[in-house]
Design a protein around this ligand. Sequence first.
Ligand code: GLU
Length: 311
Amino acid sequence: MTKTPTLELHGLQEVLDGISRAMERETERGRVADFIPELACVDKSQFGIAVALSSGEVFASGDAQTQFSIQSISKVITLAMALGRLGDGLWARVGREPSGLAFNSILQLEQEGARPRNPFVNAGAIVVTDAILATSEPREVLAEILQFLRTASGDNSIHISELVAKSEANSAHRNLALAHMLKARNNLVNEPSRVLGVYFHQCAIEMTCVQLASAGRFLMSTPETNLISAENIACINALMMTCGHYDGSGEFAYRVGLPGKSGVGGGILAIVPGRASIAIWSPGLNEQGNSALGTLAAEKLARRMGWSIFV
Ligand code: GLU
């Protein structure tokens, strides 16, 4: 399969509509995340897809204007912020290896010491948020994350759902365990409750596929999208490729061939370096906690457009 010539992008709308129709027929839709009660009631028949190009053009299909909880996709933004502040200093506190375990696993932290495997598993993301809190108050950090997303997408309406943040806070036993374990092992500067307060709110940001695809352009490495340095873009994309789908990262790389980050709200952000930013949402999750239809749709889109970075 060859790379897509620009002219072929005019067929993109048809491709997205075709994928949307194919997803409507799918019966294996996975299970919605039920460990955050507020997410358990989201209707899993929904599916949306959007693709933003560096030119600013956005193509979309299905429920692409419906807001969903971005959850762990927010970890990409906090990683960008932490790298901007600490540079390589961040890696003393968090690793860069896939974990091969579930996103909220406690096992590895206990076995390997206080340095989480990567910034995308929950333990690693909690450390990243703690690192940002070293220089800013919780309110400022959340305002900065929102501002980042609003600037990147060009849409000022992006906001946090207090309901989802509260719902997660009230049932956050595993994340509390992780934060306390990190604190006990001296890899958390702030109190667990202070870090988790920010973490739950960053996860509770709501966006549509159109907003997320537009925002994701900052990871595309083109002159039009220079919100962070080229070095940090390369670093974040590498981590998305190897760790962005938790213990399903190998499968995503194999099937889709693009750096991606999933969230348990059913969203996926995937980047076609230099070409496009893709957002897909369908709330039903597979065994690894990644959107079941989202993964399938990303695979179809990458194949159809010849977008895998390996072809
Ligand atoms: N807020 C979720 C948690 O911490 C995020 C997990 C995810 O989206 O993968 O459990």
